[in-house]
Design a protein around this ligand. Structure first.
Ligand code: ZN
Length: 165
């Protein structure tokens, strides 16, 4: 009986997504609101914008692998990161620049500095921010087309954890 319970707990823990580290340095709850369901520039936003001055360090939200470094018209300088289980993809956009030495395939730990906040792509230069999205990866692990998940509640938990509340 106990073995079965432990095995079930082990399976649940393995499947549970990792808790987040705040992806923006010294982030506060007031730096974001739940903008997941908003329409931005004619598209479903499906992400959270975290306001911060240009140059603020961006941290890996979880441990995992830098899967793709990509420059896009709307997102500007971006990062796609997988978690260790390759269950989810974490997307960071409008970056000012990458951290020195960052490269595709690199392993990072949650909290590592991977980039700096900016306003590249279609962000307003008067409102630099991190556009942060989380996607559930399908079996083919295509980082450019996962199902968007709302990370707002996990971000709130992450900030409160750091603030000791
Ligand atoms: Zn955004």
């Amino acid at each position: 009986m106990r073995v079965a319970v432990i095995a079930a707990l082990g399976a649940w823990l393995a499947a549970a997504p990792p808790a987040l580290t705040p992806p923006v340095d010294r982030m506060k709850l007031a730096d974001m609101h739940d903008s997941f369901a908003e329409t931005h520039n004619g598209h479903a936003h499906e992400a959270i914008d975290i306001m911060a001055p240009r140059g603020t360090p961006v941290h890996a939200a979880v441990s995992g692998t830098i899967r793709k470094l990509f420059l896009s018209k709307d997102g500007g300088i971006t990062i796609y990161q997988f978690d260790d289980a390759e269950a989810r993809c974490y997307y960071y956009a409008h970056l000012d620049r990458y951290a020195a030495g960052l490269r595709e395939g690199m392993r990072v730990k949650g909290g590592d500095v991977i980039a700096y906040v900016g306003f590249t792509g279609n962000a307003n230069e008067r409102a630099p921010h991190l556009h942060f999205a989380v996607y559930e990866l399908g079996p083919t692990k295509q980082w450019w087309k996962g199902k968007a998940l709302n990370p707002y509640d996990d971000l709130v938990r992450a900030v409160r954890q750091v603030e000791g509340r």
